[in-house]
Design a protein around this ligand. Structure first.
Ligand SMILES: Nc1ncnc2c1ncn2[C@@H]1O[C@H](COP(=O)(O)OP(=O)(O)OP(=O)(O)O)[C@@H](O)[C@H]1O
Length: 851
């Protein structure tokens, strides 16, 4: 992150140049004292222990970008030079008399941590000859930090400085693991004081407290509203601002977030855009707090969401609700995990890892219809399709020094595959297998060139694929059953957990899909597509899990030793790849061999094995205490009713199926009258565009209860009316998940939309069709940690940008969330409103205005 040290400043560059005495702070890095200005436990004058260092003296030079510190005594010389970039200073102070005339600099250089780069606090103090000199320096540095231009000729006086910024801090003491107040005392308030920011801190007392407050306060009193919590509280604040009569000016008040929740998606995005590596917990908080103190503001898009009516109240039918979202709308897997993992709240961000594994074990799919409006071609917002990460790059990650031979392309850029590939030693055999596969591919391509309809072609590819698998089996001598098989067969023998070798086989198959996609054979030529096409052709139903309507929310329980589970899981630095690795390397249990899906017990037990087995359990907040159940509950033995997969194979003519960029494997087609008639080669149940009766409450349309009638969703008709034919694309079928996200991160460690910017005017839609295997879905989420999931080539996964969308669940039950908060289940639509709000992001590498 740091640029090379600048040369010694020339006299022309120098704004100030003075000689200071040293001030010993009692430790080497000069970091313990003097303390932050003001505040409890932080005296305004240095504590008595530090003292002048009589023998040391320094020459300080201030330039517009740096403070150069040259030690003059006792050892002058080049090595005694320190350069403090102003961009790494949170602030400075000059303690009032009777304290000595000190210039105190609060320096937060980036330091390497085990996981990512994070700021560390250092305090430097220099003793000026006079108080006036110390104050002159302090004022000059503060002017530069506030972005006020000064020159060597400027008469430096305190009158140059604008009033200190005033922030309203709203703290949810129960967010995340309930540490928000403690972190305020330890990290947040000290740094905010150091940055010379005034603040008022309010603890929220209940749900919607923040919203009520925001609707009533005088906003002109504040330069920013800062949420010290998770994303849920910011959702309240944004909606509180939008429900004010003066919403259009209120929403322009800069908002910021200091992450104390469990997901911390927006904080993850700020951290990422500021140039830091992914990090969690205190390091993330320090980075975000530092960025906040720097004070840069960027426009941020908001998405207006119209949901179905809530339950009727006092005999009156509910009305559709309108709310504003800054983060995401989720349906299916993501919202299920979000809501169901609430019970593991005490685990911090690891609750999502656990929730993901539990939900994977009983994967559901939901029928529904997704329509979206792509960005117009000439729209300035239309961003180019995301670059696929070059395969070579991801392959070399983590492999340097391990493998010198060229790595087979079956090493995807997924962590799991990489790790598996490291275990492989028999490169000769691998090469032979690859050559055999290559020959098979060639033969297949020859046949495909012979033509035929999509289905017929897919079917013949299925036969090819089967033959290919036989060849693989022969050459490898091991069974490399596909994940898709494991998922698709009723009572499949494979279960969820594959052996290491099987895992490697799975990776190969995925790469196989990728390979075929690149060769223009599209999704239908993949293993998944093949099976699907074959089943469709033969009139079979494909079983991919349990249908939502039949699956009650699985009752889960915990192992006999929940304390152990908690203590091990508490290390919530989310070592998901480690977890997943254990997941895959578990021996098959009795249960899995007999075909049942995995339960929570297995999930927890492998987590236990991967994380700190010997550690003592920590204190867990009462609400998260997990009562040991008399006997460990299993997830109900799956009845595995058939799920009919109504989506057809991707038509061969579809350009999207060959696109390596957008992964639009579903062949979404424009909602034009001509395209609405199904192609003869596609089963008529697929991709229908008529409006079916939606699930949920909405049948006829009441007016939307919008607090803000003046902000129109100009791209959307009312929720009960058909969408315009022009430009819209509709996809109908069975989905595992639909995620609409407008920030780069879905959680601090989930880089869900790497291409997203705060103000790109886009909704980034990801949808996953039923039929995806659990293993592929798991790999998708693991790759998401690094934002590498866009490279995951699966015909079941699509990523598309949009300006608006409508979601019509057709399954009677499910969960829908907006910014992680539950909303009424039923049809929902949303439209982006570019740059509506303002977000405090700091000043790293972005053009911004200061608040
Ligand atoms: N004092 C309080 N008591 C109970 N609930 C509160 C209180 N203050 C706020 N809330 C509610 O708690 C919900 C969750 O808060 P928040 O999102 O900030 O934390 P989180 O869920 O831990 O974080 P994340 O969303 O990152 O997972 C919000 O919907 C908010 O309305």
């Amino acid at each position: 992150m740091r640029s090379p040290d600048p040369p010694i400043p020339s006299p022309a560059e120098a704004l100030l140049h003075s000689q200071f005495g040293g001030w010993s702070t009692g430790n080497n890095n000069n970091s313990s004292c003097p303390n932050s200005p003001g505040g409890p436990g932080r005296p305004s004058s240095p504590s008595p222990s530090p003292s002048p260092s009589p023998c040391s003296s320094y020459a300080l030079t201030l330039t517009p970008t740096h403070i150069h510190v040259q030690r003059l005594a006792p050892r002058p010389g080049k090595e005694a030079r320190l350069i403090l970039p102003l961009s790494e200073l949170a602030g400075c102070s000059c303690p009032r008399a009777p304290a000595p005339p000190l210039l105190v600099l609060y320096w937060y250089p980036p330091g390497r941590r085990r996981k990512g780069v994070s700021r560390r606090r250092q305090v430097r103090a220099y003793l000026a000859e006079t108080r006036a000199e110390a104050e002159r320096w302090c004022t000059a540095v503060q002017c530069l930090l506030r972005g006020l231009p000064i020159s060597a000729d400027t008469e430096i006086s305190r009158s140059l400085l604008p009033r200190p910024r005033r922030l309203l801090l709203l703290v949810n003491p129960f967010s995340g693991r309930g540490q928000a107040m403690q972190w305020c005392q330890t990290y947040i308030l000290p740094m905010i004081r150091e940055a010379n920011i005034s603040y008022n801190l309010i603890q929220t007392e209940r749900q919607n407290h923040a919203k009520e407050l925001i609707k009533e306060i005088s906003l002109s009193d504040w330069d920013g509203i800062i949420i010290v919590s998770g994303d849920g509280l910011l959702h309240e604040v944004i909606n509180g601002l939008m429900e004010r009569p003066d919403w259009d000016s209120a929403i322009k008040v800069p908002v910021g977030i200091l992450p104390c929740g469990s997901g911390n998606a927006l904080a993850g995005s700020i951290n990422h855009h500021a140039g830091y590596d992914m990090c969690l917990r205190e390091p993330l908080l320090l980075n975000c707090c530092f960025q906040l103190c720097r004070g840069g503001v960027k426009p941020m898009d908001l998405v207006s969401v119209t949901t179905s009516p809530g339950p009727s109240q006092n005999g009156y039918p509910g009305l559709p609700r309108r709310l504003f979202s800054f983060l995401s709308v989720a349906w299916g897997f993501v919202s299920d995990v979000d809501i169901e993992s609430e019970r593991y709240r005490g685990l911090g961000s690891a609750r999502f890892t656990l929730g993901t594994l539990v939900r994977l074990a009983s994967l559901r799919s939901y029928k529904g219809r997704l329509s979206y409006l792509p960005p117009s071609a000439n729209s300035p917002d239309a961003s180019p399709p995301p670059q696929r990460r070059p395969l070579s790059r991801s392959i070399t990650e983590g492999l340097e020094g391990f493998c010198r031979t060229p790595i087979h392309r079956t090493c995807s850029d997924m962590g799991l595959s990489e790790q598996r590939s490291l275990r492989r030693v028999d490169t000769e055999r691998e090469r032979e297998r690859e050559m055999e596969r290559q020959r098979e591919r060639e033969r297949r391509r020859e046949r495909v060139r012979g033509g035929g309809t999509g289905v017929v072609r897919a079917s013949s590819l299925a036969e090819d694929r089967e033959r290919e698998m036989e060849v693989e089996d022969e050459t490898s001598g091991t069974s490399s059953e596909s994940n898709e098989r494991d998922d698709s067969g009723v009572g499949s023998e494979d279960g969820m957990i594959a052996s290491k070798e099987e895992g490697a086989g799975m990776a190969e198959e995925d790469m196989e899909e990728e390979e075929m996609g690149r060769n223009g054979e599209g999704g239908s030529s993949s293993m998944d597509g093949v099976m699907e096409a074959k089943e469709v052709e033969e009139g079979y139903a494909l079983n991919v899990g349990r249908e939502a309507s039949e699956d009650s929310h699985g009752s889960c329980s915990y192992p006999d030793h929940p304390q152990e589970a908690r203590s091990s899981l508490r290390k919530n630095s989310a070592p998901s790849s480690q977890i997943a690795n254990a997941f895959f390397s578990q021996p098959m249990s009795q249960e899995s061999e007999s075909g049942a899906s995995y339960g929570t017990e297995e999930t927890l037990s492998f987590l236990l094995q991967t994380q700190n087995p010997g550690s003592e359990p920590e204190h867990v907040p009462p609400q998260t205490r997990l009562a040991p159940s008399p006997s460990p509950l299993q997830l109900p033995t799956p009845k595995l009713p058939s799920l009919s997969l109504s989506l057809s194979p991707t038509p061969p003519s579809s350009p999207s199926c060959a696109s390596p960029h957008s992964s639009c494997y579903l062949a979404p087609r424009p909602n034009t009258p001509s395209s609405a008639s199904p192609s003869p080669s596609i089963p008529s149940s697929s991709f229908t565009f008529d409006l079916a009766e939606p699930a949920g409450h909405l049948r006829t349309t009441p007016h939307v209860t919008s607090p803000i009638n003046s902000l129109r969703d100009d791209l959307l008709p009312p929720l009960d009316q058909p969408l315009p034919n022009r430009d819209w694309v509709t996809i109908e079928g069975d989905f595992v998940l639909v995620l609409a996200i407008y920030q780069s991160h879905l959680g601090a460690d989930l880089h869900a939309a790497p291409q997203a910017r705060f103000d790109d005017g886009l909704i980034h839609l990801t949808f996953v069709r039923a039929g995806i295997s659990r293993a592929t879905l798991l790999r998708l989420f693991l790759a998401m940690e690094r934002g590498a999931h866009l490279s995951l080539s699966s015909p079941y996964v699509s990523h598309v940008p949009a300006r608006a969308f409508r979601l019509q669940p057709l399954s009677p039950r499910g969960t829908l969330t907006v910014d992680g908060e539950l909303v009424p289940y039923g049809p929902l639509q949303a439209q982006v409103h570019p740059s509506m709000s303002r977000l405090i992001v700091g000043d790293s590498g972005v053009k911004l205005t200061r608040f």
